[in-house]
Design a protein around this ligand. Structure first.
Ligand SMILES: Cc1cc2nc3c(=O)[nH]c(=O)nc-3n(C[C@H](O)[C@H](O)[C@H](O)COP(=O)(O)OP(=O)(O)OC[C@H]3O[C@@H](n4cnc5c(N)ncnc54)[C@H](O)[C@@H]3O)c2cc1C
Length: 468
């Protein structure tokens, strides 16, 4: 990997010493992904302090033909922020650009730089009695640029949509260094056509997000959180349907967890499950600015017990208890990481297809890998489950991944609901995505990044278009 020994010096001259890191010890943490699945090489880690510095650095990289791997909090689960391949490349970390520029509680929006930590943005909104709804277990490290680039979901999608639905304005640096400043906090802006949507979910392959204006919502003053156990996924769907009927818009989260996933949380963390005797558990949250929510939620749960759907359950009676129930859910990913090697699948399906899909998965998995252990959990209300599989060290993960993705394909689903393709899923995406769709995306990539220097090897590639 080379772009000439003097290349980092040229980058420093155009920005500052703080913006260009070449010390191998200081670079190490940026070169490996959160799951420790991928480690890449880079000439330098760039840490610009402003949009102008991002632009200057991108311009120099474009001139030298050096690829750029954008990175936020490096919590992505698909290896998208880790360099791939031997081509000369740099990591461009947005971490220093972490200012929250303004909060407007009347216009319901917040403007933040790409490196702002999701949790800080949520706290800044809360301080003004507003809510930024994107919430996920990695929010203490994940950044605004990262959630936009991955179109992150999280636990409130059911009510507020994905990140895509919450971006009003964007500032983006294109592959040639051009800055597009469209941070306008407008809800209605047909003059801007649809271009902003192209960057949301493009995993750093079309441009570098440097700032965004995000939509806020009124903060629900009343909250109801319950954990119930059910015997099977079909029953979980009955509970979901009933919760929607009774709670309507107030229903914010409907999470499904396999019993074994929560047992792993109890094993690895000091957290106790207050509900017993279920094969599956449901975490149900409702929120409202209006009073009467507690009574409505309790009535809904009473119905669920009367109908014989739930086997056990608890309603949080304090904010602390509600946080405890959520902590059980949010530690599943880390408990899985502590349980050994796993192959992750982040799938979405039409919700009605989940029982048939999971039954086929349960039957076929032992045929493919006798010692595989499923770890299934996720956002059932959004039709998105993480159908993860723990595997012995020496087992081949390819067959398991193909099995899950083939079943997803057969049931009309998607192999990447919210985590993105990164480098982890790109081969599977190519295997299962219609050629015409790949060519279309290749054309968009070519139009925006003709040299192919933005995040090569991650999802969007120009090779399909060129080959077509
Ligand atoms: C414990 C845990 C729980 C998680 N739960 C969820 C969940 O519920 N829902 C969910 O959707 N995700 C979840 N994730 C995944 C991850 O947190 C999200 O994908 C998050 O959006 C990544 O943000 P980041 O700043 O860490 O991005 P990074 O990991 O740094 O980067 C992710 C991708 O975005 C690109 N990128 C980053 N910043 C920019 C930028 N400024 N401009 C252009 N491209 C950029 C990178 O190149 C890469 O392709 C979880 C992760 C962990 C570790």
């Amino acid at each position: 990997m080379t772009a000439g020994d003097e290349f980092p010096e040229r980058l420093r001259a155009a920005t500052s010493d703080a913006a260009v890191v070449t010390d191998p010890d200081m670079m190490a943490g940026y070169l490996t992904d959160w799951r420790h699945m991928f480690t890449g090489q880079a000439i330098a880690v760039l840490r610009p302090g402003s949009t102008q510095e991002v632009s200057a650095l991108v311009r120099l990289c474009a001139e030298a033909g050096v690829a750029i791997v954008p990175q936020g909090g490096n919590t992505g689960l698909a290896g998208g922020a880790t360099p791939q391949g031997d081509a000369p490349q740099v990591i461009l970390s947005l971490a220093r650009m972490n200012n929250i520029r303004s909060v407007d509680p009347v216009g319901l929006c917040i403007e933040a730089e790409a490196g702002a930590i999701l949790q800080s943005v949520r706290e800044a909104a809360t301080a003004e009695d507003r809510l930024f709804p994107v919430s996920l277990a990695a929010e203490g490290s994940a950044t605004i640029g990262g959630i936009i680039a991955t179109n992150a979901g999280g636990v409130n999608v059911l009510r507020y949509g994905m990140t895509r639905d919450l971006v009003l304005g964007l500032e983006v640096v294109l592959a040639d260094g051009t800055v597009i400043d469209a941070l306008r906090p407008l809800r209605k802006d047909n003059a801007a056509r649809y271009w902003k949507q192209l960057f949301i979910g493009s995993e750093g392959a079309l441009g570098i997000v440097t700032a965004a204006t995000l939509r806020l919502v009124p903060r629900p003053l009343h909250r109801s959180v319950a954990l119930v156990s059910v015997p099977d996924v079909q029953t979980a769907l009955s509970v979901f349907s009933h919760a929607q009927t009774v709670l309507g818009d107030a229903l914010t989260a409907f999470e499904l967890m396999e019993a074994a996933a929560l047992e792993r949380v109890e094993t690895h963390f000091n957290l106790t499950l207050p509900v017993q005797s279920g094969a599956w558990y449901l975490l149900i949250e409702a929120g409202s600015t209006l009073s009467g929510l507690a009574e409505t939620s309790e009535a809904m749960l009473e119905d669920v017990f009367e109908k014989g759907w739930a086997t056990d359950g608890v309603v949080a009676s304090s904010a602390g208890q509600a946080d405890h129930l959520w902590a059980l859910r949010e530690h599943i990913t880390e408990a899985e990481a502590k349980s050994g090697r796993s192959v992750k699948h982040d799938v979405s399906l039409p919700i009605a297809a989940f029982p048939a899909f999971l039954e086929a998965f349960g039957t076929r998995l032992p045929e493919v890998e006798a010692e595989a252990t499923p770890n299934v959990f996720g956002h059932l209300g959004d039709g998105n489950l993480h159908v993860n599989v723990l595997l012995p060290k020496e087992a081949d993960s390819t067959g398991v991944m193909r099995l899950v993705h083939d079943l997803v394909h057969a049931h009309g689903g998607s192999i990447s609901a919210e985590h993105g393709l990164g480098q982890y899923r790109v081969a599977e995406w190519e295997r299962l995505t219609a050629r015409a769709e790949q060519v279309l995306l290749g054309r968009i990539k070519t139009a925006l990044d003709p040299q192919g220097i933005l995040n090569p090897g991650k999802g969007l590639s120009i090779k399909e278009h060129k080959a077509a």
